[in-house]
Design a protein around this ligand. Structure first.
Ligand SMILES: *[C@@H]1O[C@H](CO)[C@@H](O)[C@H](O)[C@H]1NC(C)=O
Length: 382
């Protein structure tokens, strides 16, 4: 990417508390390989080719970022009968909306939802900013459809939802939420790659923060990985596995498509924030590691916590986690569930899939039967 792009990100990042890469429209000034795919549009490249209608939409956040989201208004049959409930699909860290389109049409959640009477939106860029992006997109989808939304988050897509709900945000526009590979507490992440990366990023935070953009295919990150991969206990022969855990059910053709598109950039600040959470086991806002700086941003010397106990007890939640997931570790999920122990019994469905790891939730060959069918059945009851 060119310097002009990076400087635009820098300016905005420093003005707000922006943490993710929210580069969509900025990329028109600084085309690169990734943006070329994006600007061609996920609709054109991944949805229309499967015979589905698809619309590209833009949403402007309060802090001036322009996000790109895609909408699949009807299923393949083209039937438009009745009001279709909107579903917002939010992908995870270093990912984009392609997350929901990797498998064949009858097995990809975005297209399955469209074929099952839902109206599917998902976000193209990822950002952790609970304060701007999700509210803007929720409001937009709500206005367009005149209805409350179902939400599906994977991985960090669950964290930003949980953090929002804990502050009482979005809940007025929400019908129900499905949380796949939930990320809230991450203090017990077992992935050696993720733990080592977190330690290295924190140890050299000043260096990394000078880079602004965390590009997984860039020189700095490749050097970092080389360094980590030499450490004992880190197996880099299969990066996907050492990062996500031993996925049970991946198809190598689909993994190849996945790796052609992902991983994508996020902001370094966002990576540092997540590293802080891994090291400290807390769910707090970004820590500037400087009391004055924290005071400037938060009015207090330490970052405010997101309190998972504050999630309204009557929100309809479908939560699914896997026994082999190295990022959404079962002990961390248990901590989250402990916080939800007063949740209304009939409003919380918890699913545990013993042999599932992080990527099975979006690419597993049996994800439809194991996860998406029960998820849609849950949505239809809400
Ligand atoms: C893997 O996915 C491809 C593309 O969808 C498909 O053609 C192939 O049959 C799948 N292989 C297996 C073993 O499921």
């Amino acid at each position: 990417m060119t310097n002009s792009l990076v400087s635009i990100i820098l300016v905005v990042v420093f003005c707000g508390l922006a943490a993710g890469t929210r580069t969509t429209l900025f990329l028109t000034e600084a085309q690169d390989a990734v943006s070329a795919v994006a600007d061609d549009g996920i609709c054109k490249s991944m949805v229309e080719t499967q015979g589905y209608f698809c619309e590209e939409h833009m949403v402007t956040t309060r802090d001036g970022y322009i996000l790109s989201i895609q909408r699949i208004p009807v299923g393949q049959s083209g039937k438009t009968s009745g009001k279709r409930a909107p579903v917002l699909l939010q992908h995870g860290l270093l990912m984009d909306g392609i997350t929901w389109l990797l498998s064949p049409p009858d097995q990809s959640l975005a297209l399955l939802l469209a074929d099952n009477g839902f109206d599917a939106y998902w976000d193209w860029t990822w950002d952790e900013l609970v304060d701007y992006d999700l509210p803007a997109i929720f409001q937009y989808v709500h206005d367009q459809t005149g209805q409350k939304l179902h939400y599906v988050g994977h991985s960090l897509g669950t964290l930003i939802a949980l953090a929002s709900f804990s502050k009482g945000q979005l809940v007025d526009m929400l019908r129900s939420a499905a949380l796949l590979s939930p990320i809230a507490y991450v203090g017990q992440v077992t992935s050696p790659l993720a733990r080592n990366a977190a330690d290295s990023l924190l140890a050299e935070a000043l260096y990394w923060l000078g880079i602004n953009e965390f590009n997984p295919r860039g020189k700095a990150v490749i050097e970092l990985l080389k360094h980590i991969c030499q450490k004992a206990g880190v197996d880099c022969t299969n990066m996907l596995t050492s990062f996500t855990g031993q996925n049970c059910c991946l198809n190598s053709t689909i993994v190849t498509v996945f790796l052609e598109h992902e991983p994508q950039s996020t902001s370094t600040k966002n990576m540092i924030h997540i590293s802080q959470m891994i090291r400290e086991g807390t769910i707090r806002m970004y820590d500037y590691k400087d009391e004055d700086e924290n005071r400037k941003h938060y009015g207090q010397p330490t970052p405010p916590a997101y309190n998972m106990k504050s999630i309204p007890n009557d929100l309809s939640l479908f939560l699914s986690y896997g026994g082999a997931d190295a990022l959404s570790d079962v002990n961390d999920v248990q901590l989250l569930l402990d916080n939800l122990k007063d949740h209304d019994g009939d409003k919380l469905v918890v699913q545990y899939i013993e042999n599932y790891a992080h990527a099975d939730y979006v690419m597993g060959v049996n994800a439809r039967q194991a996860v998406y069918d029960p998820l849609m059945a849950f949505f239809k009851l809400q």
